[in-house]
Design a protein around this ligand. Structure first.
Ligand SMILES: Cc1cc2nc3c(=O)[nH]c(=O)nc-3n(C[C@H](O)[C@H](O)[C@H](O)COP(=O)(O)O)c2cc1C
Length: 216
């Protein structure tokens, strides 16, 4: 009986690992600020939440193709009519959708390129925004199918844009994740990185403070 009680206690104490999906997008590897900062977030998170498993997705070293006619045809053809090539395309989409749905939290390192997100991140978004899986259109309009979870977007910018029309990253990603059903979207901006040493140091310092706060 004592053995049973001890097993029961162990079972009750078992906590499933949380899954952190870490996405990096900078085309740079050496010297990338968004990579350094997103890695700092993940390390800080792990220090504070050791019951976390990290899944890495690097969209620069393993870029996804941009949508083209073949991919769209594969997405729109009923499963029982897929040819082998369309099966492979849909397997890739399924894997990415499952990986995104399985995550308990998502951390994205995103440099600003020409006021927006890197095209590698857009290609990723085009793979995970799938009707019937991550959103649906109903009689009342669009409905997100993803359970709410925290998404942390860590940007790196040469200039200063937050709160201005030139910031096309924040409104786009905020609206996109809301569209999927995710409302806990958090932005950590590092700005002014190409505006001289003092501005750069201030931008990095602010980002470090925000990372410490969010990943605590
Ligand atoms: C192709 C390209 C476009 C950029 N466009 C902008 C921009 O529109 N606004 C801005 O503030 N910085 C811009 N930058 C500067 C980067 O956002 C900045 O250097 C940032 O640190 C890059 O992120 P990374 O260090 O992770 O590579 C651009 C840099 C590159 C390479």
């Amino acid at each position: 009986m004592i053995v049973c009680a001890s097993i029961l206690n162990q079972t009750l104490e078992f906590k499933p690992m949380k899954i952190l999906l870490h996405i990096d997008t900078s085309a740079r590897f050496e010297g990338s600020d968004s990579r350094r900062l997103s890695q700092r977030f993940v390390r800080t998170w792990l220090d504070n939440h050791p019951d976390t498993r990290v899944v890495e997705r690097d969209l620069a070293s393993k870029p996804l193709p941009h949508l083209d006619e073949e991919i769209l045809a594969a997405m729109m053809t009923p499963a029982n009519q897929h040819d082998p090539h369309q099966m492979a395309i849909n397997r890739r989409i399924d894997l990415l959708v499952e990986e995104f749905l399985d995550a308990d939290l998502v951390v994205i390192g995103a440099p600003m390129y020409n006021l927006g997100i890197p095209s590698t991140l857009k290609a990723y978004i085009d793979h995970i925004v799938v009707a019937g899986r991550t959103f649906a259109y109903t009689e009342k309009g669009a409905q997100g199918l993803v359970a709410d979870k925290p998404v942390y977007v860590i940007t790196a910018r040469g200039g200063v844009h937050a709160g201005q029309p030139s910031d096309q990253q924040t409104p786009y990603l905020q609206t996109l994740f809301n569209f999927l059903g995710i409302h806990s979207v958090n932005f950590i901006h590092s700005e002014g990185l190409n505006m001289g040493e003092a501005m750069r140091a201030q931008g990095i310092e602010l980002a470090h403070t925000e990372i410490a706060r969010h990943a605590a």
